[in-house]
Ligand binder design. Structure first.
Ligand SMILES: C[C@H](O)[C@H](O)[C@@H](O)C(=O)CO
Ligand SMILES: [Mn+2]
Length: 419
């Protein structure tokens, strides 16, 4: 039997099986079509970017591994992103960091960046139907040190305030060009390796910097702010902690970014969704996979990711969340890393949408708690994979493991030939 026929047959059976527990699979397929990931550009080149004389990665984050074939310039990065996207069903966005500007070999310092440095990205995004999101970049710069927006040295703090203000202007230009808000994330690594006796002072400075940065109102971009527990070499104190940014976000109506690697290992990120959405307008996700620390392994269809997407669906909040990915694994084929991580996030969303929620809620309302637990368990084994295969088939991307050979071919033809 042809693969297509098999997929169709399994899909029809799955539809009936899901209908029996009150789930409309056709409706879920439509919702999946409107679910857009924001692919992070930095998996393709190990977070290096295109500044002239770009140095090593700093700011307490690390790529480990030296798998051959990383994108060395803007053309290779664009080619790799398009190749990866061709194996990911649906249409998606691209999340750029400031250091990925099209600087044309010019030394453009971070406090000099302008929308024109991203014009070719805006044109490229339009051509390939990829809307853009954006990030200011505090790391990998001679002025990065341990403190940027919270630096007591006023000249350094001014430099980073100017950088972040200019990044917002870039994001505004992107949003205007694409007719859809550009989501701009602010994450700064500011912190201290050892005990500080000035916790309040740095947080006051960060707050003041953010107030200055956000003073300009824009229509075509939205701000989000990302906390973290600690960075490598900054283990004792993080200025932009979770408490700090929740306070700032709630009092200034800013989106909160939830990076799934930025919490204590046993903390449930899923449980934060409903609390935050009562107080902040929207959320940005950085879906990652922490192994023992914020290691940024490739996303997989694991329990924490599934639970996070289930919570979003259960909160009825699909359109109040932006779905960015954030991992950088340099130890495996980088295009493969994009495809595996993106498809895993999509599978989590699909499984969340296929949950027999009405029936589960009925059981809960009736106090039928054995029944609720039993259906939660049985739902894990419902044929979601038949729906996933159909979603891939409909979107003209490889079904199941078929993409592995295609990624290998791209490696043999293209990335393995890079010096
Ligand atoms: C490169 C990203 O902006 C960075 O990973 C940041 O979002 C982060 O998560 C730092 O740990
Ligand atoms: Mn992140």
């Amino acid at each position: 039997m042809m693969k297509e026929e098999l997929v169709n047959k399994a899909y029809e059976i799955a539809k009936e099986r899901y209908a029996a527990v009150g789930v409309d699979v056709e409706k879920v397929m439509e919702t999946m079509q409107d679910f857009h990931l924001s692919l992070h550009c930095w998996q393709a080149d190990d977070v290096i970017g295109f500044e002239t004389g770009a140095g090593s990665l700093t700011g307490g984050i690390q790529t480990t591994g030296n798998y051959p074939g990383r994108a060395r310039n803007i053309d290779e990065l664009r080619q790799d992103i398009l190749k990866a996207a061709s194996y990911i069903p649906g249409t998606h966005r691209l999340n750029l960091h400031e250091i990925y500007g099209d600087f044309q070999g010019e030394p453009v310092d971070r406090d000099q960046v302008e929308p024109r440095h991203f014009q070719s990205w805006m044109d490229w995004g339009k051509e390939h139907n990829m809307k853009l999101d954006f990030n200011s970049t505090s790391f990998s710069h001679p002025k990065s040190g341990s403190l940027t927006l919270a630096n007591p040295d006023e000249s350094i703090r001014r430099f980073w305030i100017e950088h972040t203000k200019r990044c917002r202007a870039v994001a505004e230009a992107m949003g205007e060009a694409q007719g859809d808000p550009c989501i701009m994330n602010v994450w700064v690594h500011d912190g201290s390796k050892d005990i500080t006796v000035n916790r309040m002072k740095y947080r006051e400075l960060l707050k003041d910097s953010l107030d200055q940065i956000f003073a300009t109102e824009y229509k075509n971009m939205k701000d989000c702010i990302e906390s973290k527990v600690f960075g490598i070499g900054l283990e004792s104190y993080t200025v932009g902690s979770n408490d700090f940014y929740i306070g700032y976000g709630v009092s200034h109506n800013k989106m909160i970014t939830l990076d799934t690697g930025h919490f204590h290992p046993t903390e449930s990120v899923a449980d934060k969704v409903s609390s935050l959405l009562l107080y902040v307008p929207e959320l940005m996700l950085h879906v990652s996979r922490p192994i023992r620390w914020d290691s940024d392994h490739v996303t997989i269809m694991d329990d924490p990711t599934l639970e996070l997407f289930q919570e979003i669906v259960r909160c009825g909040a699909l359109d109040r969340v932006h779905y960015g990915l954030d991992y950088f694994d340099a130890s495996i084929n980088r295009i493969g890393a994009y495809v595996v991580g993106s498809r895993a996030a999509q599978k989590c969303m699909l499984r969340a949408l296929l949950e027999p929620l009405a029936q589960l809620r009925q059981y809960e309302a009736n106090g039928q708690l054995f029944e609720r637990l039993a259906l939660l368990e049985e739902a894990k084994a419902l044929p979601w994979n038949a729906v996933w295969d159909m979603f891939c088939l409909k979107n003209n991307v490889p079904v199941g493991e078929e993409f592995i050979a295609e990624v290998e071919k791209y490696e043999a033809d293209v990335t393995s030939k890079r010096g």
